[in-house]
Design a protein around this ligand. Structure first.
Ligand code: RIB
Ligand code: CA
Length: 307
């Protein structure tokens, strides 16, 4: 039996985050040690409450810590246009009974990374503010991180501005600190996640597969990243897919830099020919993914969660 990978999920649920969290909490190869929340799709009160609802929905005992409520420097801008006011409308979750940890997410990250004897993987699927604060406040602890697998960035066009993907755009200064940290980064960006379209038939097929499929179907109806007819973009689930099936991705080692100001603010600039940094690289960039393999994996997994 393959040893479970210990992970911490830093997230801004958010409808596509919800799918990623549900899969991670139920995947036999993953051991979720902590969930930390951050502002992003919606404000951190909503993202934290949504994380509580998801962990309780799954009946898992995973600690949750509330994180940053604003970017390091720029103004907070949400994505409620895509995720709805609460970030997870459409399903009547009971009010959570579970409490969050009484420490800030950065302290929870530090404590969890220090306690674990094995190096832990951070899965960052929201703005990287908590990660940047960990790196700045506790650099020695950050060095113990095995790798950071992010949903974010793009070698081509953006989804928030013409050049910026939302998670990087939400806090570009945090992204810059993370990419400069020296911690190995896997960038699961729009180059692959815009291909991870959950087809209309796939969404319909999970609806009657059990309580989890029914819940996801209901919240997907409120998701405005693409449409039910031409497919829903499951950006964050791709980061989880990378953890458990990296062979489904094409990747390229590259040096990534972040634009932190100006019209390209939030752009992830890749030295694609490795020509400008003496051959140095800081990121494994996912450059391709087979859409059918994603759809089949996603649907099969959700359909079997409740069996
Ligand atoms: O650009 C897509 C990313 O921004 C996803 O993580 C989505 O949840 C939003 O946070
Ligand atoms: Ca997200």
């Amino acid at each position: 039996m393959k040893r479970k990978e210990k992970i911490i999920i830093d997230t801004d649920p958010g409808i596509d985050d919800a799918a990623a969290i549900i899969i991670a909490l139920n995947h036999p190869e993953l051991d979720v040690r902590l969930i930390t929340t951050v502002m992003g799709n919606v404000n951190v009160d909503y993202t934290t409450n949504n994380a509580l609802k998801l962990v309780e929905f799954c009946g898992k005992d995973v600690p949750i810590a509330r994180g940053a409520d604003s970017p390091l420097i720029r103004e907070y801008e949400d994505a409620s246009y895509a995720h709805g006011e609460t970030g997870m409308d459409g399903y009547n979750f009971p009010e959570p009974k579970k409490n969050i940890l009484n420490v800030h997410a950065v302290e929870a990250l530090r404590n969890t990374i220090e306690i674990e004897k094995d190096p832990i993987t951070l899965v960052a699927i929201g703005a990287y503010t908590n990660i940047a604060l960990l790196i700045k406040l506790y650099p020695e602890v950050a060095k113990k991180v095995k790798r950071i697998v992010i949903m974010g960035g793009s070698l081509s066009i953006g989804n928030t501005t013409s050049s910026a993907e939302f998670n990087v755009y939400a806090d570009p200064h945090a992204a810059e600190i993370m990419f400069k940290s020296g911690i190995p980064i896997v960038m699961v960006g729009l180059d692959v996640t815009t291909k991870a379209l959950l087809s209309f038939d796939s969404v319909v097929s999970i609806k009657d597969s059990g309580r989890t499929g029914a819940m996801l179907h209901d919240i997907f109806k409120h998701y405005r990243s693409a449409t039910m007819t031409n497919g829903l973009r499951m950006h964050d689930a791709c980061a989880i897919l990378y953890l458990v099936h990296p062979e489904l991705f094409e990747t390229k080692e590259m040096f990534i830099e972040i634009c932190t100001e100006g019209p390209a603010m939030g752009a992830t600039v890749g030295d694609i020919r490795n020509a400008y940094h003496d051959g140095k690289t800081n990121t494994t960039v996912c450059t391709d993914l087979d859409i059918d393999s994603f759809n089949n994996w996603f649907v099969d997994f959700i359909k079997n969660i409740d069996n």
